[in-house]
Design a protein around this ligand. Structure first.
Ligand code: C2G
Length: 754
């Protein structure tokens, strides 16, 4: 047997699927895959069945095996303290639900037969040529390398998504092509990044020096292991184009990575791993690199814990551990430090926690000042925590926000207007809004993240928001948070999303934290209710009364309102109107909340074919930063992307063109025709987002892919509407069935006890 691939597995079947699939694409033969099962709770039988023969998979169950034969062998070797004890194994089983990768990897190696060992993690995957390239190098008789290692690329994405846009040449730009093992260690940002994944090692070499993972460690066993590996190395090689893809985990709630797991012992183990690694290292250069990284850890992370952590251990027990570690490091490393860094390290060495705390405060305060100069928001945060949150909550003060302060619109607008009109003296209102919108009734306006915003977000009793509040906002006793949300979901949300392709990959963890503060969540239909419960892991009160913003679509005077809006927008009354309101694309952005949009509708063509009868109203999503180009069609197209409230635009539109946006669920309340212009359907549905239902079956209008088809659909809109009558009925029943024009009243009554 040439090669043994060692994979420890604890949880995350979807990760493992990608991992095994990537192995099945390797162009190699004569290998075995050792899958070490560490307290696995998921059912992976069918997955294994699929790959078992192809990948020559051998499974080993860690608990069973250690308890049975191997464990007695472990015990027999009493001098060998690196093996896990039965008590420890059981303890870990109950505390973490697993035994740890160190034990799993040792076991995997023991059970394997290959001449070379390759370390692959079950949540990672490989480029199809990686193993072939590595084997070629390790079998090179002229050089006789003991260890070879490839290029690790990090990603948030699944294999399919990652390789869709992968280009080998691009991946190698700015990469050095020679890298010694010492340089590799230096290259890593922190001590915890130093590891052995993606390495191929000769078994002969491991045996010769009896190198094993220290099973006493849960988190950081790779660091000392790697150091003992390289201590005796004579010859190793970097294979730059053997790509190992390491996945970052975007769902630390259900599938935390090792680095995302929390434990009381973690810090001590970190220092312990460093100390062992340093002690056993035979290279002064390596020792110095490790020392430097320990100092970086102290300066970047530990000092913050001393200052802020609510856990006293950081200032007592852990402080001593840190001090002891730093006391024994190379003086040269400390001598090279300058300014505050040097003083902070010396402060630690002296061990006066009071003085050190003062120094840290000055240092971090100074750094903060520099940051405040660049980022004025920090003053607001500071006042929020230090001053405003300490003052009492103001009774009946209601804070409203729609679309992150971008517009006066959505459910909060209609709830606010209902409350203002019907209970004029009961509440005081503050609107978070960044532009100069006209807002009726008595209220105050504040800009998002301003100092006044920080004041009201700390002191309001009620919040009515339709999107997420900032992560740093703390819910106070006495607060009521009404989250109205902003649409019925077609696109998969939060925990139902396999991938988070948008600009904020840690979206799942953020939303989880934010949604814990919501007391009420508004749902427009039973379908949304079921989705929200699961997608947000939401178990507070869900209000099923329809959407307040849809009340006007059922109002008696909607014709009159439409005329007024048209007049205000100077839209000629003799023309029919088409509203084009597409959504945003998760993968096309300049940055958080700033998305690109390219108009794929041929306005020139539409004008030519439809211009005599229609006008088109263009409306981009509030995340879109690009502005639409309507040069040459100004007499046919009106850009209303900046208009506050899309619900008013529904009233004045005879036909809607959209794509995957939730606008169609609302527009359907009017029972007017809809066309779905989904030019990028395959990518959007299968890669970017995923849908909750089969749009081909359920949407109450034609799904089209070209501007020509859009034009044809509009020309034949009468026939098309008739064709879709039945589907429209079903769709209306399912998504608009709860709407009766009284959502604002019903929700207000319940939330505000009216
Ligand atoms: N919207 C708008 N103009 C657009 C698109 C959307 O004004 N061109 C508004 C509508 O009120 C819509 C809301 O923004 O209902 C949400 O937009 P979506 O396109 O559905 O996208 P998203 O913000 O991702 O919300 O559960 C719903 C989902 O979260 C979708």
């Amino acid at each position: 047997m040439r090669l043994s691939i060692i994979i420890p597995f604890h949880r995350g079947k979807h990760f493992l699927d990608d991992c095994l699939e990537s192995l099945s694409e390797q162009q190699i033969n004569d290998y075995e895959t050792i899958l070490v099962l560490d307290n696995v709770k998921e059912d992976i039988d069918s997955l294994l069945e699929l790959y078992k023969d192809k990948l020559n998979i051998k499974t080993v169950e860690i608990n069973k095996t250690i308890n049975q034969k191997l464990y007695s062998k472990h015990l027999a070797d009493e001098n060998d303290k690196s093996y896990i004890s039965k008590e420890e194994l059981d303890r870990r089983g109950s505390e973490y639900n697993y035994s740890g990768v160190a034990a799993a990897r040792n076991l995997g190696i023991e059970k394997s037969k290959g001449d070379y060992i390759f370390f692959l993690d079950s949540d990672d995957y490989l480029h199809e040529e990686s193993l072939k390239k590595m084997i070629k190098v390790i079998e090179d008789k002229d050089n006789n390398y003991d260890i070879i290692y490839g290029r690790i690329k990090k990603t948030w994405f699944s294999k399919k998504v990652y390789f869709t846009s992968f280009n080998k040449e691009d991946a190698l730009i700015n990469e050095v092509d020679q890298l010694t093992l010492t340089q590799l260690i230096d290259y890593k940002k922190t001590l915890s990044d130093i590891g052995i994944i993606g390495m191929m090692i000769k078994r002969e070499y491991l045996n010769k020096y009896n190198i094993k993972f220290d099973e006493n460690m849960i988190f950081y066993s790779e660091l000392p292991y790697l150091i003992s590996l390289i201590n005796n190395i004579e010859s190793s090689k970097y294979v730059i184009d053997a790509f190992y893809i390491k996945r970052k985990h975007n769902n630390p709630i259900d599938y935390p990575s090792l680095s995302q797991l929390m434990s009381e012992n973690k810090f001590k183990e970190y220092i312990n791993a460093y100390q062992i690694a340093r002690e056993i290292s035979s290279s002064e250069d390596v020792k110095e690199i490790l020392d430097q990284k320990l100092i970086d850890f102290y300066l970047d992370q530990f000092t913050k814990k001393i200052r802020r952590s609510s856990n006293e251990l950081w200032r007592t027990e852990y402080f001593k551990v840190m001090q002891e570690a730093v006391l024994s490091i190379n003086n040269q490393v400390i001598n090279n430090l300058t300014g505050f860094d040097k003083r902070l390290v010396n402060g630690l060495k002296k061990g006066n926690i009071k003085k050190l705390k003062l120094l840290i405060n000055i240092n971090l305060g100074f750094k903060k000042l520099l940051r405040i100069r660049k980022n004025k928001r920090l003053i607001s945060y500071y006042l929020y925590f230090k001053v405003f949150s300490k003052k009492p909550i103001i009774k009946d003060l209601v804070l409203c926000e729609s679309f992150y302060g971008k517009s006066y619109a959505g459910n909060p607008k209609y709830l606010y207007e209902y409350l203002s009109e019907n209970y004029p003296d009961k509440f005081k209102f503050v609107w978070i809004i960044d532009k100069k919108s006209q807002i009726p009734f008595k209220h105050k306006k504040v800009k998002r993240f301003s100092i006044r915003y920080a004041y009201y977000i700390a002191r309001s009793q009620y919040y009515i928001f339709n999107s997420r509040q900032p992560e740093w906002v703390r819910k106070r006793k006495g607060n009521t948070f009404l989250q109205t949300w902003h649409g019925t979901p077609l696109k998969r949300l939060v925990f139902d999303q396999d991938e988070v392709m948008a600009a904020t990959p840690l979206y799942k963890a953020q939303v989880y934290k934010q949604s814990r503060a919501w007391d009420y969540l508004v749902s427009a239909n039973y379908f949304s209710t079921e989705v929200f419960k699961k997608a947000f892991k939401f178990d507070n009160r869900i209000l099923e009364y329809g959407y307040p913003r849809n009340d006007i679509l059922h109002s008696q005077d909607k014709e009159e309102r439409a005329r007024d809006i048209k007049k205000k927008l100077k839209i000629p009354m003799d023309k029919k109107t088409i509203l084009y309101a597409p959504t945003w694309r998760d993968d096309e952005y300049y940055g958080k909340g700033k998305y690109k949009f390219q108009l794929k509708l041929d306005l020139q063509l539409l004008k030519e074919k439809l211009g005599s009868e229609y006008l088109i109203l263009l409306r981009t999503h509030y995340f879109i930063a690009d502005s639409l180009d309507i040069k040459g069609v100004e007499d046919f197209a009106i850009n209303l992307s900046k208009y506050d409230d899309i619900s008013e635009l529904y009233l004045i539109s005879d036909i809607l063109i959209t794509d995957y946006s939730s606008v169609f669920f609302d527009y359907a309340n009017l029972k007017r025709p809809m066309i779905f212009y989904t030019y990028d359907l395959d990518k959007y549905r299968d890669i970017l987002r995923g849908f909750y239902f089969d749009i081909e079956k359920e949407l109450p209008g034609p799904i089209v892919y070209t501007s020509d088809e859009v034009v044809n659909s509009i020309i034949n809109i009468k026939e098309i509407s008739e064709e879709y009558i039945d589907k429209y009925e079903l769709f209306y029943e399912k998504f608009c069935g709860l709407e009766d024009g009284c959502a604002s009243r019903n929700i207000s009554k319940e939330v505000f006890n009216l």
